[in-house]
Structures are given as structure tokens and as C-alpha cells.
Design a protein. Structure first.
Lengths: 571, 102
């Protein structure tokens, strides 16, 4: 069992880094740092700039369509940056660079997992989504089906994914800001909740998009500068950088009392795969959650409705993939830079030889090492801004599910006027903000490392199969999609609860007692979702099923050609 | 969309061509991406020695260029699809639109 525990520990650390800063254990132990005024002033400047944008965006947000899609006038390039801004979290910046510092190559394996979903989104989803949908992914899934059941399913899928992702982000924000700014946990959570509410409430999709674009530029700019400063030290030779890192790791191992051979082995271990993948089933399952989860995240899918047509939708994904891939290469260099300049510098180490503030501080200390105090303040402010942007996107998508899918379509049967729909989405935003802050505070001391991987697993097992089958399979019916989708949702949650990350780490059962032995449920829950949709569709002989199947041709024509597609702003 | 317009488009030969071309292209690229990614994961799971093998006299290993290669491949394959879709497929779509709406 030792082996899989090691894997779990690493996965725990890494999932933490995933979309969140969820290493509750890690960061929870972190002591509050001295108040960092440079960082606070820079963050203040960011907030001032985004408030200005929100004011401008508020004047443009007059209808429900403006609120959901920013009027549809966003270009592919802008949308690509905004998608990257939605996807690159503070945690993937700090967590992946920390993972690379700790274990080298393994950190790279992990970041690759977060990238490979994008081509799948491009080839199978992006343009079809744009051609069929209007505001939410439920528009696409429900295109030819009976509205009420499928919208209820899609809203549940959206809200569950958003809830787990949001809690993880809020807890991460609190821990991170305690660490970087020296503010109290609850103050940080309230600030994030309040700012996010202001962006979404007044500025809707337009403000959210621009917050994400600015954040993406700041994050990419800051990370590029750090990577550049690292590479300069080595004369732009990766070989020299890797050699130095291996030398330092070897030195640290022999200082810890290893024999010369063992130390040399430990040193060179960062250049190849280590303990990340021990059990192939977990590895494949986790890879599937990341790959197909990306294609089922409601806040990401929603971004495809902000561009005017399929061509711009495709350009968006290409830009997003490029920026995100570039970003992961940067975090890799930053991680190796941290080995070289942080691990041996007593300024950044505590009495026990660990990093001050915990392992996830690698990139933050490196910012100080290569750019001094001002750059440290800048990177800290960027990390805060990053959380805000991700949280705003999530809230917007949750609010749309309630106002567009539940209120306008299910309750008002599609007859809601734009003004009342807008009002409902704003009230939902306030409610979600309050819920997020409350849960953020409630979960402060909980181990939430499982939450982001769970959000990806649900997206891959419920939202993705329903979207995929409804768009591409003629015989899919309302009943099949709803039953299969819910089976995928329930099984991914259930299997996660039965896995070690919840069963042992959260519920406190004995090590090794978890009934579900793998780290991610996706391989199984995705299969359950797809088989469920298939089985309950072919068994469906109802009158509704005939209508569902008859509607496929018109849906396919529109998904392929875009003829009849709603312009993003239109009704 | 009215059923007869949908039927007219669906029976148009250019539409059949667009659908067949895009679908086979999309699936081939999806399969390639899956092979590259899951191939990489399986290599990590079953043949660690191969990835840890040294490339030259220094510390550089086989794994580094392969890992970075997967990242670059992901971006390039997305670019290949978008390039063809935004020219050839969109041109076909335009032709269909013209043919059925005049």
C-alpha cells in the first residue's frame, strides 16, 4: 500500500495545484506572513483598473444577452486570452512550479494532462457549440430534446461543478492571501467574494472577460520575465540549467546522509519519471478526467458563445491552447529555476531546510530572487488577481444556469422577458457570492485537495457525455441523456467519496481502507455515463423519443453549417 | 429552422462533402492526440528507463524533449485543424449557404 500512498500524496499535492490552491494541509499550516505593502498597493492598482472597466462594462450590460455573452462582439484572439485567463489558476502557477521543484519531470507529466483536452475541444466541440448554442451549454444539449428534464440536468451538472471548483478557489484564495499579503483568512475570502460579485453583478460577461484578459496578460508577462531571468543565468542553455539542478539535488541528498551513489541517483531522478504514475489504471483514469473534463467545464463552454461565429470560436481555442501550452513550459522553467536559486539560498529556507511559507511558495521566492521586492509584490498581486478572474467566470456560469436554464426556460417556458431574466441572474450572482464566501470560511480547515479533480471528473462523466451524444448520435433521446447524465454525475461523486482522497483524508478512515482503489473515477464513471445514455436511449420507445430522433437532421445541419445559428447577441 | 430548408441542405452534395471531410479529419486528429497522450502516459507507467535514458554526455534525458514535444504537438495539431477548418470547411459552408438561400 505504501506505493499507492506515495502516489496519492503526490496526486494530492498536484490536484491541489490544479485549478485551485487546494493544498489545504500544506497552506493551512502556513503561518501568516508580515503585511506586504508592495503587493497590496499593486493589487490595489489592479482592482482600481478593473473597477474602471466594470463601470464601462456596466453601461453596456442592458439585456440578458449582454450579461451572458458580452453582446457577442469579442474577437477570437481576445476570447482565447480570456479562456486562458479562466483556465490558468494561481494554483497551477504556484502548484505546478512547486511540483517541478520537488520532483522535476513528474511536474511536467501533470501539466501535460491539463493541456491535452484542448485539441479534443477544438475537433469535436467548439464550432458545434457555437453553431447550436446561445448562452449556456444546456442550449446545445437541449436543442432537440424536451426542454425541462434536460435543462434540469444541465443546471445540476453546472452547479455541482461550479460549487466544487468555487469552494476550492475560495479556500485557496484565503490561504494564499494570508501567505502573500499577511491578511487574515476571512478578510481575504470576503474581499474575493465582494470583488467578484461587483464584476459579475454590474459588468456581466464583458467585465468578466476583460478581468480575465488583463489577468492572463499579467500572469503570462510575469511568468515570462521569471523564466527569462532564469535562462539568462544559464546562457539560455537548458543543459546547463538541468545540470545545475541535478548537482543541487545531489548535494542536498548527500547532505541528508545518503551514500554518494544514492545521492547521485536522487539527483538525476528529477530528469525522468518518478512516482507520479505507479498504477496505470489511475494514470489513465486521471488523464481521462483532465482530457474530457476540459470539454465539459461549464464556465469554459460558455465562453464560446461570446464570439460572433464558428470561425472565431476556432481561433479562440487555438489561441487559448497556445497560451496555456506556453504557460506550462514557463512553469517548468520556473520550477527548475527554483531548484537552482531558491533551494540553496538560506534567505528562503526555514530552520528545517524547508521553504518559508510551505512548498507551494517556490515561484514566489524565485520572484524575489530574480526581481527583488518589487517583483515579488507584483507576482503576489498577480496571484490574487488570478483567483478573482477564475472565481468571476465560475459565478457567471452558475448564475446563467439558474437564470437562463431554470428560470427562463423551465419556469417561464421560454417566455421570460430579458429584463426579468437579467434581474434573476443578478440576484443569483449575489446569492452565489454569499454562498461562496460562507462555504469558503466553513471549509477553511478542511482537506479539500479532492475538489478540483472531482469537478473535472463530474464534467467528464456527466456534462461531456450528454453534450457529445446529443450532438453526434442520432438515436440519443431525452430520457437516455437525462438518465445517463445523472448516472455519470452520481457515480463520479460516489466513487470519489469511496476513494482514498475523501474516504481516508477527509472522513478519517484507516489508511488503505478506501473501497475504491484508484485516484480518479473518470475511467469508470465516464463509461457508466456513456453506456447509460446509450442503453436508455435505445430502450426508449416513447412518443417523445420519436420527436427527439426526428429532430436530429435539422440539428446536424445547423451544427455543421451554422445556418440559422443565433448571432451571439441576438434573441 | 424549417424542415424543408434543413432537408434541402442535407441533400446538397456539398453538404455531404463538408460533413464527410470534417468528420473524418476531426476523428483522425482526435485519434492522433489520444495516441500521443496515452502513449506518453503508458511510456511513463511501463518504461521509465526509456524516458530516463541519457541523450549525451550531459544530464539531458530522452524524457525532456519527448515531454516538451507533447506540449508542442498539442498546439500544432490544434493549429492544423483550425487552419483547414477556417479556410476549406468555411468556404464549403459559404457555398452551401449561397446555394440554398438564393
Amino acid at each position: 500500500m505504501k506505493r499507492s500512498n506515495q502516489l496519492l500524496a503526490l496526486l494530492g499535492l498536484l490536484t491541489a495545484s490544479a485549478g485551485v490552491f487546494a493544498a489545504g494541509a500544506d497552506l493551512g499550516q502556513a503561518e501568516k506572513q508580515a503585511t506586504n505593502w508592495t503587493a497590496i498597493i499593486m493589487f490595489g492598482a489592479f482592482v482600481a483598473a478593473t473597477m474602471f472597466i466594470t463601470k464601462w462594462a456596466a453601461a453596456k450590460t442592458k439585456s440578458a444577452a449582454d450579461f451572458y455573452t458580452g453582446g457577442g462582439g469579442i474577437t477570437g484572439f481576445q476570447n482565447g486570452l480570456a479562456i486562458a485567463g479562466d483556465y490558468m489558476s494561481a494554483a497551477s502557477f504556484l502548484g505546478i512550479s512547486a511540483a517541478v521543484m520537488a520532483s522535476g519531470f513528474d511536474g511536467l507529466i501533470y501539466s501535460i494532462g491539463f493541456l491535452v483536452g484542448w485539441p479534443v475541444v477544438t475537433f469535436l466541440m467548439a464550432e458545434r457549440l457555437r453553431n447550436l448554442g446561445k448562452f449556456t451549454f444546456a442550449d446545445v444539449a437541449a436543442f432537440r430534446f424536451s426542454q425541462t428534464p434536460i435543462r434540469m440536468f444541465a443546471a445540476s451538472g453546472t452547479l455541482v461543478v461550479v460549487a466544487f471548483y468555487l469552494i476550492a478557489q475560495m479556500v485557496g484564495a484565503g490561504q494564499l492571501i494570508k501567505l502573500l499579503f499577511g491578511l487574515e483568512y476571512y478578510i481575504a475570502v470576503v474581499i474575493v467574494g465582494a470583488l467578484m460579485m461587483v464584476y459579475v453583478l454590474f459588468g456581466g460577461m464583458t467585465a468578466t472577460t476583460w478581468v480575465q484578459i488583463i489577468k492572463a496578460c499579467l500572469l503570462l508577462g510575469g511568468a515570462s520575465f521569471m523564466a527569462f531571468m532564469v535562462l539568462v543565468q544559464f546562457g539560455f542553455s537548458p543543459e546547463a540549467m538541468f545540470a545545475k539542478a541535478v548537482e543541487i539535488k545531489t548535494g542536498l541528498a548527500s547532505a541528508a546522509g545518503k551514500t554518494p551513489e544514492e545521492a547521485a541517483k536522487a539527483g538525476s531522478s528529477i530528469m525522468g519519471p518518478g512516482s507520479f504514475v505507479k498504477d496505470p489504471i489511475s494514470a489513465i483514469s486521471f488523464g481521462m478526467a483532465l482530457m474530457f473534463g476540459t470539454a465539459g467545464l461549464p464556465h469554459i463552454l460558455m465562453r464560446f458563445f461570446t464570439v460572433p461565429n464558428a470561425k472565431e470560436a476556432r481561433k479562440s481555442v487555438l489561441w487559448a491552447t497556445t497560451w496555456i501550452g506556453y504557460f506550462y513550459i514557463l512553469t517548468f522553467i520556473i520550477g527548475f529555476g527554483a531548484i537552482a536559486f531558491v533551494l540553496t539560498n538560506p534567505q528562503f529556507l526555514d530552520a528545517k531546510g524547508g521553504l518559508i511559507g510551505g512548498g507551494n511558495m517556490a515561484a514566489i521566492h524565485l520572484a524575489n530572487a530574480v526581481g527583488g521586492n518589487v517583483f515579488l509584490g507584483f507576482i503576489s498581486a498577480v496571484a490574487f488577481a488570478t483567483i478573482l478572474a477564475v472565481v468571476a467566470g465560475l459565478t457567471l456560469s452558475g448564475a446563467s444556469a439558474v437564470s437562463h436554464d431554470i428560470y427562463a426556460t423551465v419556469i417561464k417556458k421560454g417566455k421570460a422577458d430579458s429584463a426579468s431574466e437579467l434581474k434573476v441572474s443578478r440576484w443569483t450572482t449575489i446569492a452565489l457570492g454569499i454562498i461562496a464566501v460562507t462555504l469558503g470560511i466553513a471549509f477553511e480547515k478542511q482537506n479539500i485537495a479532492f475538489m478540483v479533480s472531482l469537478a473535472f471528473a463530474i464534467a467528464a462523466s456527466a456534462n461531456f457525455p450528454v453534450l457529445f451524444m446529443s450532438v453526434l448520435w442520432k438515436n440519443c433521446t431525452t430520457r437516455g441523456a437525462v438518465i445517463g447524465g445523472f448516472l455519470g454525475l452520481i457515480s463520479s461523486v460516489l466513487l470519489t467519496v469511496l476513494s482514498a482522497s475523501v474516504w481516508e483524508a477527509v472522513l478519517g478512515n484507516a489508511k488503505g481502507s478506501a473501497p475504491f482503489p484508484y485516484t480518479s473515477p473518470a475511467l469508470f464513471s465516464m463509461t457508466i455515463g456513456f453506456v447509460g445514455i446509450w442503453l436508455f436511449s435505445i430502450l426508449d420507445n416513447s412518443e417523445r423519443a420519436k420527436i427527439d430522433r426526428a429532430g436530429f437532421l435539422a440539428q446536424q445541419v445547423r451544427s455543421e453549417t451554422g445556418i440559422g445559428a443565433s448571432s451571439a447577441s441576438g434573441h | 429552422m424549417e424542415m424543408d430548408l434543413a432537408n434541402r441542405i442535407a441533400s446538397h452534395p456539398k453538404y455531404q462533402e463538408l460533413k464527410a471531410k470534417r468528420s473524418s479529419f476531426g476523428w483522425i486528429l482526435t485519434a492522433l492526440m489520444m495516441i500521443v497522450y496515452y502513449g506518453f502516459i503508458l511510456l511513463v507507467a511501463f518504461n521509465k528507463e526509456f524516458l530516463s535514458q541519457k541523450l549525451g554526455a550531459g544530464v539531458m534525458t530522452m524524457g525532456m524533449p519527448i515531454g516538451l514535444g507533447v506540449i508542442v504537438f498539442t498546439i500544432v495539431i490544434t493549429g492544423i485543424y483550425v487552419r483547414r477548418a477556417n479556410s476549406e470547411f468555411d468556404d464549403l459552408t459559404e457555398e452551401i449557404k449561397k446555394a440554398v438561400t438564393k
